[in-house]
Design a protein around this ligand. Structure first.
Ligand code: ADP
Ligand code: MG
Length: 445
C-alpha cells in the first residue's frame, strides 16, 4: 500500500492553471569581484487552490530566497512568478509572509501590531479594528489585545505574526520556517491549531506554501512536498502525501514516507559537491562544516561497533546518538569527504580505512587522519604545500582566509579555515598559533 506518490515535474499547462506558478526561475546573488552565487536554477513550482505545499530543503538551499521572490520582495534574475494569472512585479498584496521570528513592534500592543498590516493598505480605522480583532480571536489570542510583545511567550508572539499575516486576507500564505524558533511542544500546538483552522476552512486564505528543513513537519502538514536540492536550489522530487488529517507521527505509513524522503535527500550522485550536500562549491572553494575530530571519531566508533558492524542507517544512528538527522548529516558527509565512509540512500557505511580508524590506537588514528586530510581536503593540501615550500615553513592564516573569500562569504571562510585548522591540529599535519595567527610545521601539537 502506497500512501504517497512521487510525481513528475509540473507540465506548462498545470503551471498556468495554478494559483501560484513559478516558471524557469533562476537567481544569482552578486558577490562583487568574485564569481556570482547561483542560488536557484530552473525552479518550477505550482501551488493550487486549497493546498498546503511544503518546500523541504537543507539550510542554505535558497528556500527563503524563493519565498522572497514569490512575495515580490525582490526580483529574480530570470523566470516568472504569477499569482492568479497576474505576474508578480513588486510587493504583492495577495500574499502574506510569516517568518521564523517575527519582527513585532515592541512599542505597539498586540492589537496595534496586527492592525498595522491593514494601515499600509489604506483600510479605514473602524474596519481595521474589526478585522484585527477577528484575526486575533481566530488565532487564539483573545484577551491579549492590549498586551505588549515583551509580555508574551515565543509561541504567542508567533501567533501575533500569524494574525498579522491573516488580517490582510491574502490569497496565499507563505511561511518561512515558522515553527523552528519555538520549543517542541509550543511548535506542535501551533501546527495543530493551524491545521485545524485550515481543515475547518476558517482562515481567509486559499493556499499555503510552507518552507521547512524538518522532514516530519513537512509530512505532518502538507498535501505535497517539494524536495529542494542545494547549490543551486531546484526541485529534485515531488511527493504527494495521501494520508488523511489529522496525521499521526507513529503511524507506519507516516514513518514510511519520512524514511523515503530521508533516502531521497541522501541519495548518492557523483560527488558531495554535486549531491547538494553540505559542501558548497568544490576544490579550494568548498565550504566545510565545523565538525570536531571527537565527533568524527565517535561516529566511526558507533557505526563500527554492534549492532551496526560498519553499516548503519542515519535514523538509527540519530536516535542512538540523540541527534536530529539534520545535525547528523554534516557529520556523515564529512566522513564521506574524508573517505572514511560512504553515504547512500540514508545509510552510512564505513570504508576499510574508516574501519581501520575505528579499530586503531591514538597514533595510528592520527596518522590515518593526516593522510586522508591531505589527500581529500584541497584546502588542507594547499596549506601544507605552502608551508612545505616556504623556507620558514610558516604562513599567516590571513592569506588563506583571503583566498577563501574569493569563493565564499567571510563567515563561511572563517568556518572553513577553522574546521580545517582543528582537523590538522589533531592529525599533527600542521600547527596554528592563535596569538600570532600563523600556520607552521614547527612542533605541531
Ligand atoms: P535557505 O532559506 O534555504 O537557508 P537562503 O535563500 O537564505 O537559503 O540562502 C541561499 C544562499 O544564498 C545561501 O548560500 C546564502 O548565504 C545566500 N544568500 C542569501 N541571501 C543573500 C544575499 N542577500 N546576498 C548574498 N547571498 C545571499
Ligand atoms: Mg531560510
Amino acid at each position: 500500500m502506497l500512501n504517497h506518490t512521487v510525481m513528475s515535474p509540473p507540465a506548462p499547462a498545470t503551471l498556468r492553471n495554478a494559483l501560484v506558478s513559478v516558471e524557469n526561475l533562476r537567481h544569482l546573488y552578486r558577490k562583487g569581484s568574485a564569481s556570482d552565487l547561483l542560488v536557484l536554477d530552473d525552479v518550477q513550482v505550482a501551488l493550487h487552490e486549497n493546498e498546503i505545499v511544503s518546500l523541504l530543503g537543507r539550510s542554505g538551499s535558497g528556500k527563503s530566497t524563493l519565498l522572497r521572490i514569490i512575495a515580490g520582495l525582490m526580483p529574480a534574475s530570470a523566470g516568472t512568478v504569477t499569482i492568479d494569472g497576474q505576474p508578480v512585479k513588486g510587493p504583492a498584496s495577495q500574499v502574506a509572509m510569516v517568518f521564523q521570528s517575527f519582527a513585532l513592534f515592541p512599542w505597539l500592543t498586540v492589537l496595534e501590531n496586527v492592525e498595522i498590516g491593514l494601515e499600509a493598505q489604506g483600510v479605514a480605522p473602524a474596519e481595521r479594528r474589526k478585522r484585527a480583532l477577528a484575526a486575533i480571536d481566530l488565532i487564539g489570542l483573545d484577551g491579549f489585545e492590549s498586551a505588549y510583545p515583551k509580555e508574551l511567550s515565543g509561541g504567542m508572539r508567533q501567533r501575533v505574526g500569524l494574525a498579522r499575516a491573516l488580517v490582510v486576507h491574502p490569497k496565499v500564505l507563505l511561511m518561512d520556517e515558522p515553527f523552528s524558533a519555538l520549543d517542541v511542544l509550543t511548535a506542535e500546538t501551533l501546527r495543530t491549531d493551524l491545521l485545524d483552522l485550515w481543515a475547518e476552512g476558517r482562515m481567509p486564505i486559499r493556499a499555503i506554501l510552507l518552507v521547512t528543513h524538518n522532514i516530519e513537519e513537512a509530512v505532518l502538514m502538507s498535501d505535497r512536498i517539494l524536495v529542494f536540492s542545494s547549490n543551486p536550489g531546484r526541485v529534485i522530487a515531488e511527493i504527494k502525501v495521501d494520508l488523511p488529517q489529522p496525521r499521526n507521527r507513529l503511524d507506519p505509513a507516516f514513518r514510511q514516507i519520512v524514511d523515503d524522503i530521508y533516502a531521497r535527500m541522501t541519495a548518492r550522485t557523483t560527488s558531495p559537491a554535486q549531491r547538494g550536500g553540505t559542501f558548497l562549491g568544490s576544490g579550494l572553494g568548498m565550504v566545510l562544516p565545523h565538525v570536531s575530530t571527537n565527533v568524527l571519531s565517535g561516529l566511526m566508533e558507533a557505526v563500527s561497533g554492534p549492532p551496526h558492524h560498519g553499516r548503519a542507517t542515519l535514523q538509527a544512528l540519530a536516535s542512538e546518538l540523540q541527534l536530529e538527522v539534520d545535525e547528523l548529516f554534516p557529520m556523515a558527509e564529512t566522513l564521506q569527504l574524508l573517505r572514511f565512509a560512504e553515504l547512500d540512500s540514508g545509510v552510512v557505511r564505513l570504508t576499510d580505512e574508516g574501519q581501520r580508524f575505528a579499530a586503531g590506537e591514538v597514533d595510528a588514528r592520527k596518522s590515518l587522519f593526516a593522510q586522508h586530510l591531505i589527500a581529500y581536503v584541497p584546502l588542507a593540501a594547499h596549506i601544507r604545500r605552502v608551508l612545505d615550500e616556504r623556507p620558514s615553513h610558516r604562513a599567516p592564516a590571513a592569506r588563506f582566509q583571503d583566498e577563501l573569500e574569493d569563493h565564499m562569504s567571510e563567515s563561511f571562510a572563517e568556518q572553513t579555515l577553522g574546521g580545517v585548522t582543528s582537523w590538522a591540529r589533531y592529525a599533527e599535519a600542521f600547527a596554528f598559533d592563535q596569538t600570532t595567527g600563523m600556520f607552521s610545521l614547527e612542533n605541531p601539537d
